[in-house]
Write a protein that binds this ligand. Structure first.
Ligand code: PCA
Length: 213
């Protein structure tokens, strides 16, 4: 089983991005019996997806787990759905700021993750790690990559894929009093457990993960 895990470089005035830092750690430390490939995507609408597509064509992974930073969230977020829209609050790292533009003009309005998100949330919580199903990956570069990834998946039978958002690291939250964070060690344990649960679970668990407004 070949697993591709991606993170992003820093954006929005930050100097680090916990997604790439934690993916790197997982790929170095938790490889027993797993063929893990780690890569850093640029936080740029155009280059991120082109890089991911190239990685998939080169490595032909069985499983793709894309990871991004969601500053302000307090739990590991298993994204359920990617939507066909770019609407950037801030420019990306290339200075591009699309507003209300479809990612693929002829694509579906949305795609669902093919990771067992309910089983993963259950596994993480059972290990004492805060986790939740999220119904929005936003409308910035992470959603763009998630949508593009699931769009690509249509033509690659057997490849499963999805997106995970992770909180700030404590050193980022320290500059933003009141903002939640998660320690690197917990994030690394969480991502490792996500990989193992995805590999071990063929049919997702029938558990509630919804919310009211
Ligand atoms: N988070 C951003 C893009 C890169 C990242 O780590 C997002 O949520 O869109």
């Amino acid at each position: 089983m070949k697993i591709l895990m991606t993170g992003f470089d820093a954006f929005g005035g930050e100097t680090i991005n916990p997604s790439w830092l934690s993916v790197q750690r997982v790929c170095h430390e938790c490889t027993d019996g797993l063929h893990l490939i780690g890569a850093c995507l640029p936080t740029e609408f155009s280059a991120s997806l082109a890089t991911l597509q190239q990685l998939i064509e080169t490595h032909r992974p069985d499983l793709v787990i894309a990871v991004g930073q969601a500053g302000g969230r307090s739990a590991i977020s298993l994204e359920r759905v990617a939507i066909n829209i770019d609407d950037a609050r801030i420019p990306d790292n290339a200075g591009w700021q699309p507003i209300d533009e479809p990612i693929h003009p002829a694509g579906d309005a949305a795609y669902f993750s093919t990771l067992p998100i309910k089983a993963i949330v259950h596994a993480l919580r059972s290990e004492g790690i805060p986790a939740e199903v999220s119904n929005s990956a936003g409308t910035y570069v992470c959603n763009h990559v998630f949508y593009g990834l699931m769009h690509l998946c249509r033509h690659i039978p057997g490849m499963r894929a999805g997106f995970v958002h992770i909180p700030y690291l404590p050193e980022q939250a320290a500059k933003l009093p009141g903002t939640p964070s998660m320690a690197m060690e917990i994030m690394v344990r969480a991502l490792t457990l996500i990989v193992r649960t995805a590999l071990d679970t063929k049919t997702d668990a029938h558990l509630s993960g919804g919310t009211e407004c």
